[in-house]
Design a protein around this ligand. Structure first.
Ligand code: NAD
Length: 463
């Protein structure tokens, strides 16, 4: 039997490591205290990966998918425990989608020019070492999607995890490294920082060996990477409106909006943040929302104001309530609700904080629009030019087309919950790095590549 050289190398390394009492995912498992050491290790690993074949990249990322699927529940549970945000069952779905539905090496299309003067290839080539800054809202999902795409593109990556989710982020990196080594890949292809801080994040961004930056998070970090002077992908905030017109199937629209809005307690940047409903069907929409078994509908203006004062602090969302269960939030304003309740809803004016702020909480304000034109105008304004995600419930093709075009969002979902737009219950692949500001859209392998041209003159044109 012939043993693959890489596999043999890996077995020898593992035996040596275990004899020396080191982790079976290499000396550090990919976790470094020092930024320079982390980047140096990732640089070495990238050179090794670049000399390997596309089939090797596939083998490595297939191993990540296979090995981590068995850890999905553990990772989801750890995330909820560490961040104290979100819902276990939804995190399980998100992590599974990230592992099984993120594109791989098939997402590296080659283009070609051929003619009398020969043949020119356009190929997608790696950047080298990528610095990736990850959020607290989808920490493990982001690491998984980023790793699969970045490795398939031929890069290595240094993560700067969110301080509020660094334990689970770093554990995910360790599991990924273990899978990479088992598949014969280089040590430290994916590395992370043990004690993350803004200083370290800034050091990483400025490091000369970091060739590309990817930031998944709020406006602050997106602006920072875009000012870095390096190639940067910015995946920033959203405030997705769900528009509902008079032709929509209202019962279905309510079910879909509730499902999307309370998915992982509204943490996804893609989740419905406000419903804008035309006057003609407004009352029927509200009636259905009140009767939804998972919704607690607030009618008393003093309770709505008490909720606003609780979840908005100094004009900004109060992070103490980000991603918390609806029942927990209600309890803080003196309302006992069963754990079956997943969403708090109420009628609100367009200018209300619940509509204008990206709360990331299971709270859905419902705004009345006099007609479709006003609904669309409000949707555009509430989205604040993020061009992130919008949802529309309608059976009128012309209105759906107009809204899809005018909203200019990266994701537009018709007649379904928002998560259908990231490949959960809808067609298409999954990512948790949705790059509206820099235009890559739903990132995948090709987003992490440089376009390169390779020209051969006066040959290989066989027409
Ligand atoms: P956050 O902006 O607080 O943190 C994101 C990351 O950036 C963290 O690692 C944080 O430590 C780092 N960071 C923030 N400011 C920084 C600075 N000035 N310098 C260096 N590092 C900095 O985001 P969060 O609360 O974890 O996530 C929620 C936000 O992210 C929401 O606005 C949400 O819409 C957005 N988000 C967007 C996407 C997308 O794909 N577009 C995905 C997930 C989250």
């Amino acid at each position: 039997m012939k043993i693959d050289e890489n596999v043999l190398d890996c077995i020898v390394k593992e035996v040596m490591n275990s004899l020396e009492g080191k982790s079976d995912a290499g000396q550090t498992g990919g976790v470094f205290t020092d930024v320079n050491e982390a980047v140096a290790a990732a640089k070495k690993a990238q050179r090794q990966l670049f000399r390997m074949t596309l089939a090797d990249r596939k083998k490595i990322t297939d191993a990540i998918r296979q090995d981590l699927v068995g850890h999905v529940e553990e990772l989801s549970r750890m995330t909820v425990e560490e961040t104290k945000m979100g819902r276990l069952e939804d995190k399980i779905q998100k992590n599974r989608a990230a592992l099984l539905n993120t594109p791989g090496i098939e997402d590296l299309p080659t283009s070609v020019f051929s003619g009398d003067r020969g043949l020119t290839l356009l190929e997608l080539s790696p950047f080298g070492v990528i610095g990736s800054i990850t959020p607290s809202t989808n920490p493990t999902e982001t690491v998984i999607c980023n790793c699969i795409g970045m490795i398939c593109a031929g890069n290595s990556v240094v993560f700067s995890p969110h301080p509020g989710a660094y334990r689970v982020t770093n554990y995910t990196v360790q599991l990924i490294n273990k899978a990479i080594l088992k598949a014969g890949g280089p040590e430290n292809l994916v590395v992370t920082l043990s004690e993350p801080s803004l200083d370290k994040s800034n050091q990483l961004m400025k490091h000369p060996d970091i060739r590309m930056l990817v930031a998944t998070g709020g406006p602050g970090i997106v602006k920072t990477v875009l000012s870095s002077g390096k190639k940067a992908i910015g995946a920033g905030a959203g405030n997705p409106p769900a528009l509902v017109d008079q032709t929509a199937d209202i019962e279905k629209a309510v079910k879909n909006i509730v499902a999307g809005c309370c998915f992982d307690n509204n943490l996804p940047c893609t989740s419905e943040k406000e419903a804008i409903v035309v006057d003609e069907v407004f009352e029927y929409f509200v009636f259905n929302m009140k009767n939804h078994p998972e919704t607690y509908f607030l009618e008393d203006p003093s309770q709505i104001e008490a909720l606003r004062k609780l979840v908005v602090k100094d004009g900004k969302p109060n992070k103490d309530y980000t991603g918390k269960n609806a029942a927990y939030i209600l309890e803080k304003i003196g309302i006992q609700a069963s754990e079956k309740i997943k969403l708090i809803s109420c009628v609100a004016d367009f200018n209300h904080d619940f509509v204008q702020l990206e709360l990331l909480m299971p709270i859905l304000p419902i705004v009345r629009a006099k007609d479709r034109e006003e609904a669309l105008e409000m949707g555009l304004e509430a989205e604040h030019g993020n061009r992130h995600t919008a949802i529309c419930h309608s059976k009128d093709i012309d209105f759906l087309s107009l809204t899809a075009k005018e909203m200019q969002t990266t994701i537009f979902v018709k007649n379904a919950p928002s998560f259908a737009g990231i490949g959960i219950g809808g067609e298409g692949y999954t990512t948790f790095t949705i790059a509206g500001p820099t235009g890559e859209g739903l990132t995948s392998t090709k987003s992490y590549c440089r376009h390169r041209r390779c020209t051969l003159v006066d040959g290989f044109n066989i027409r």
